[in-house]
Design a protein around this ligand. Structure first.
Ligand code: 5RP
Length: 232
């Protein structure tokens, strides 16, 4: 079964946890988009929910499909956020930010009673770090921030520590919805994610990073024939 089918299965399975009256956070990325499509079909059939989005891209898609999307501040709390991930370890620690939306994704997940993560099988890892860790930074003093990010990865015992500015195919720096930049730090393996998260949080030019720890409550993995819900 191909990866796209696995993502679709996972996105559709997440609908089992959405009910009338819920306030729902919509994630970003191709897997989250499958969820948004499936949700829109249910909304057309009469499902009554309210939503907010983790990116301008997702908000646009959801609106095109007929889902009403509000600002996060319209809600004091969300019932659930459904989002993808770049890596998931057995403790439900995540790497996110492949799509560059990690800051809003983390804010929305933290405002939710539950974060449901939807992934294909290839995202499951025993140790985080094969996927370069996205770190959102401010443009001012970029080279200093890059060196500090590499220092943090080294101090946290990562196997490698090579931080690079994310660029578009045009060569221009990638810009987040909040006008920040993304640095991708190749770590190879992150043996102590909590320690790395703390070290990154302490760097002045870092806005946030793609380590999501203690946020995911459920992981749905798309597989051939169905989708599995991993025991938390
Ligand atoms: C965006 C993300 C995505 O959820 C993550 O990159 C997974 O993307 P996809 O579902 O396309 O594989 O964190 O910032």
């Amino acid at each position: 079964m191909n990866i796209a089918d696995q993502k679709k299965r996972a996105g559709e399975k997440a609908l089992d946890f959405i009910a009338d009256g819920m306030l729902v956070g919509l994630g970003t990325g191709s897997t989250a988009e499958y969820f948004v499509h499936a949700l829109a079909a249910r909304v057309k059939q009469g499902l009554a929910i309210e939503t907010t989005a983790t990116s301008l891209r997702t908000a646009e898609l959801a609106r095109e499909l007929g889902i009403v999307v509000k600002e996060l501040d319209a809600f004091s709390r969300l019932h659930v956020t459904v989002d993808g991930a770049d890596e998931v370890d057995p403790a439900f620690r995540l790497i996110k930010g492949g799509g560059g939306a990690l800051l809003r994704e983390k804010i929305v997940a933290a405002a939710s009673d539950e974060m449901i993560v939807i992934v294909d099988e290839a995202k499951l890892v025993t140790t985080l770090g094969r996927f370069a860790l996205p770190v959102e930074v401010v443009p001012f003093g970029l080279s200093h921030t890059l060196r500090k990010i590499e220092g943090a990865a080294l101090a946290a015992g990562c196997t490698s520590h090579d931080a690079r500015l994310r660029r578009l195919d045009s060569g221009q720096p990638f810009q987040t919805d909040g006008g920040h930049l993304i640095v991708d730090c190749a770590c190879s393996a992150i043996p102590r994610p909590e320690e790395l998260a703390q070290l990154l949080n302490a760097i002045p030019g870092v806005v946030d990073h793609g380590l999501f720890i203690g946020l995911a409550s459920k992981v749905i993995v798309g597989r051939a024939g169905d989708a599995d819900i991993l025991p938390g």
